[in-house]
Design a protein around this ligand. Structure first.
Ligand code: BJW
Length: 254
């Protein structure tokens, strides 16, 4: 199918669907300059070992290494801007009832104007104490740009003296209960799910498209590459988020 036909078909699926669930992953932010986790020569896991950085064992083994790496990523996100795909998705909400579920810990959807239903893997801006889980609201000391491997001491919790940790979900941790309930509800109820920029490898989020299909929804994937989900989806659009979403918005009349 030509690109124009894909955009037209998807626009008509959206016109008939209520609600539309959108599940985004790291590829959604790639064109804003935020590296994905897997694949590509500059992806995070091609340069850094997830076992050393994204597990509670990694945190206990070397908090300064993990905190320095997260501060490096926070700075990268703060400098990034939403791209045309983020902006188009935000505008699509004027034409469809969208439930946006993201695996991303950045705030690019919000900065583009979208209301995010669920950040299932947490958020860059939701720091909390490792020990007592109290939210940490104090501003972090501004840093000069630093190397990803700079070791930095995490702040101390004003309530219990524990270490402040990033508000992300590491491997082996359960997902935030409220966010996960909203994500499951979106998958249960939707008539259409758009799956944008995820490899579909990390569970339980990767199971959401199957849940949507079990409830009768169609699933459409927007991704320049084949993924673990590709064999199961109803339609693919083999292009990037910043290319597809503005075309889709135009087709819908936005
Ligand atoms: C573009 C593009 C462009 C590029 N436009 N597209 C079953 C079997 C085995 C293990 C498990 C299992 N079920 C659960 C597990 C364990 C584990 C898991 O899934 N492991 C798998 C790797 C096998 N899951 C967990 O541990 C989860 N917790 C859990 O299950 O709790 C219950 C439990 C407790 C105790 C024991 C067992 C279970 C938690 C998962 C947390 C994931 N955390 C991370 C890090 C977040 C913090 C941080 O940011 O550092 O979340 S991992 C990382 O992967 C991050 C992402 O959100 C997540 C998904 O990645 P995503 O978004 O798909 O990105 P990529 O890089 O993989 O793909 C990018 C895609 O974009 C590619 O397809 C590109 O082609 C595409 N792309 N440019 C559009 N311009």
């Amino acid at each position: 199918m030509s690109t124009t036909n894909i955009a037209k078909t998807l626009a008509s699926l959206i016109a008939e669907a209520d609600p539309v669930a959108v599940l985004t992953g790291a590829g959604m932010s790639a064109e804003s300059g935020i590296p994905t986790f897997r694949g590509q020569h500059n992806s995070l896991w091609s340069q850094f070992d997830p076992q050393q950085l994204a597990t509670t064992d990694a945190w206990h083994a070397d908090k300064a290494l993990v905190w320095g790496w997260y501060r490096w990523r926070m700075a990268m996100v703060q400098q990034a801007k939403p791209h045309a795909g983020h902006l188009a998705l935000a505008k699509l909400a004027a034409h469809a009832n969208i439930a946006l579920v993201t695996q991303n810990v950045d705030d690019l959807h919000e900065r583009a104007g979208s209301r995010v239903s669920a950040h299932v893997h947490g958020s860059l801006f939701a720091l909390r104490c490792f020990d007592c889980a109290q939210a940490y609201a104090q501003a972090l000391k501004p840093l000069k740009p630093h190397a990803a491997t700079l070791r930095l001491t995490p702040p101390t919790c004003p309530h219990c003296g524990g270490d402040i940790r990033p508000g992300f979900v590491w491997f082996g941790e359960t997902l935030p209960e409220y966010a996960w309930a909203r994500a499951e509800a979106a998958a249960d109820r939707c008539d259409l799910m758009l799956v944008i920029g995820t490899s579909g490898l990390v569970y339980p989020a990767a199971g959401l498209p199957a849940v949507a299909q079990q409830h009768g929804a169609k699933v459409v994937e927007i991704n320049p590459e084949d993924t673990a989900l590709s064999p199961h989806v109803d339609m693919h659009w083999r292009t990037t988020a910043a290319d597809a979403l503005p075309q889709l918005l135009k087709e819908i009349g936005g």
